[in-house]
Design a binder for this molecule. Structure first.
Ligand code: SF4
Length: 466
């Protein structure tokens, strides 16, 4: 992550683009919640709905499966990304589909489905404009709701010109969008299969809710013969009447919109009396470590996330570095708690340190996930392999040098005489202490002990015994 972060900090153009775009999202979100009491009420409602769903996760998933099957949706369970990719490939092969059109889906990014299918000679076409831009650029999404937020119009114009040399160069947003629309129309027309994510899956009705602004999600779910929806198991909610508060929290927190342009509620493949829709529909429920997270009473709050991206827009680390610096599918504060639990602290444990713990993320989170608290828990898990803990890679970040330093720190502070002796000694020797101390002091000043410790000052003022 350090190398990625250094590269991100050196890219002035990207930093300017993201700062401008994210500041805009922050302003829109603030305007969307003018009433603090209403926001607090909605947040509490959102938190309660997500907590309720998670408290009954196994039962709700079974209910969802039953109702989806009754509606004609084929349900698949995928324990790992490989399982999910294999299921998708099987469906496409059975339908002899050589191309897949895709709506925006972070779970599909988690699967790495594009690379997987392309490795099996199936072309994948991203149909969300931002996703299409990052696909053409050979990059991964920069932000979970705005994948190409780091690119300005000139970047996109240059990219389109490089990829489609026959079109005239233009930096006009409408003309660039028209190019994408033209390109995608043809693909929608010829597609046999479409893949999308799911924002919420309603157990009581077997309904998949999918919000979007461009209409490409509706095209992916209705134009092809087969619709494959893929989602993490945590996206289930119990009842249909729980959707309105979640949707209003999601769209207002994400883009400041009261509602998205399209709210798709999909409950079945095409019925006999319907004019459009797929003839075959599949729902893939992905675990990929979520059951392990669910089993931990504290860390399971991670699964409450509704992927609005507000924590990123308000994070002082994300707003300076951007999404690519994290090196993971989910960046920002939510990524810093989710990715180490999915991939393991031994693989991406550095992420839990990529936070100042300022608390901005928890303040704006529409479902009240206590991100700083969970970061602290994961920091502790990284250095202590607690019995009973199921966190992947626990204890892997323990370094004997650090353990010794903390052991000494505790030893000195546990006894007043030892503490007095040490602080007195440090005060006397303070000019001999190094000004630089490992990479920590590259961006910080090494603290120098005061000439007199607090106890000595209190004694001089007559507040403490000799
Ligand atoms: S953690 Fe909260 S603020 Fe961040 S994406 Fe998830 S729901 Fe949104």
């Amino acid at each position: 992550m350090r190398a990625h972060a250094a590269a991100a900090l050196g890219n002035e153009r990207v930093r300017t683009n993201i700062r401008r775009a994210l500041d805009g999202l922050v302003v829109k979100r603030r305007a969307a919640f003018p009433d603090g009491d209403e926001l607090a009420h909605l947040q509490e409602q959102g938190r309660a709905i997500r907590a309720h769903a998670l408290s009954q996760l196994p039962e709700l998933l079974e209910e969802l499966e039953r109702n989806c099957i009754a509606n004609g949706i084929q349900v698949h369970w995928a324990e790992t990304c490989d399982d999910a990719n294999g299921i998708i490939l099987d469906i496409l092969r059975r339908k002899d589909a050589r191309m897949l059109i895709k709506g925006k889906s972070m779970v599909s990014e988690e699967l790495g489905v594009n690379a997987y299918l392309e490795g099996h000679e199936i072309e994948v076409v991203e149909t969300d404009l931002g996703e299409l831009i990052v696909q053409l650029a050979g990059e991964r999404p920069f932000h979970i709701i705005a994948p190409a937020i780091h690119k300005d119009r000139r970047n996109i114009a240059e990219l389109f010109k490089a990829r489609f040399p026959d079109i005239p160069y233009s930096e006009d947003a409408e003309e660039l969008t028209a190019v994408a629309r033209c390109l995608l129309r043809e693909r929608f027309r010829g597609a046999i299969a479409g893949l999308t994510g799911v924002n919420f899956a309603v157990a009581e009705t077997g309904t998949l809710a999918l919000v979007e602004n461009e209409g490409n999600g509706r095209m992916c779910t209705t134009a092809p013969d087969v619709h494959i929806a893929v989602t993490g198991i945590e996206k289930v909610v119990a009842r249909l009447d729980q959707l309105p508060p979640l949707l209003t929290l999601l769209t207002r927190s994400a883009t400041g919109q009261p509602i998205t342009t399209y709210v798709n509620m999909i409950s079945s493949p095409r019925r006999e009396d319907e004019l459009d829709g797929p003839n075959e529909m599949h729902l893939i429920l992905l675990d990929n470590g979520r059951s392990r997270i669910f089993a931990d009473p504290e860390l399971s709050a991670t699964l409450h996330c509704i992927r609005c991206g507000a924590c990123m827009n308000h994070c002082p680390v994300y707003t300076r570095l951007g999404g690519h610096a994290y090196g993971t599918v989910y960046p920002g504060p939510i990524g810093s708690i989710l990715e180490p639990q999915i991939q393991g602290l031994d693989a991406v444990g550095e992420l839990v340190d990529a936070s100042s713990l300022c608390g901005a993320c928890a303040e704006v989170c529409p479902v009240g996930i206590p991100i700083p608290g969970l970061l602290n828990r994961l920091r502790a898990e990284g250095v202590r392999a607690e019995p009973g803990s199921k966190v992947r890679g626990r204890g892997s970040r323990r370094r004997s040098k650090h353990a010794l330093i903390w052991w000494l720190w505790v030893w000195f502070h546990a006894d007043p005489d030892r503490y007095g002796l040490m602080s007195g000694l440090l005060a006397r020797l303070r000019f001999l202490l190094p000004r630089r101390f490992s990479s920590w002091t590259r961006t910080r000043v090494f603290p120098r002990p005061a000439p007199k410790n607090l106890h000595r000052l209190a004694q001089e003022e007559g507040f403490a015994d000799e």
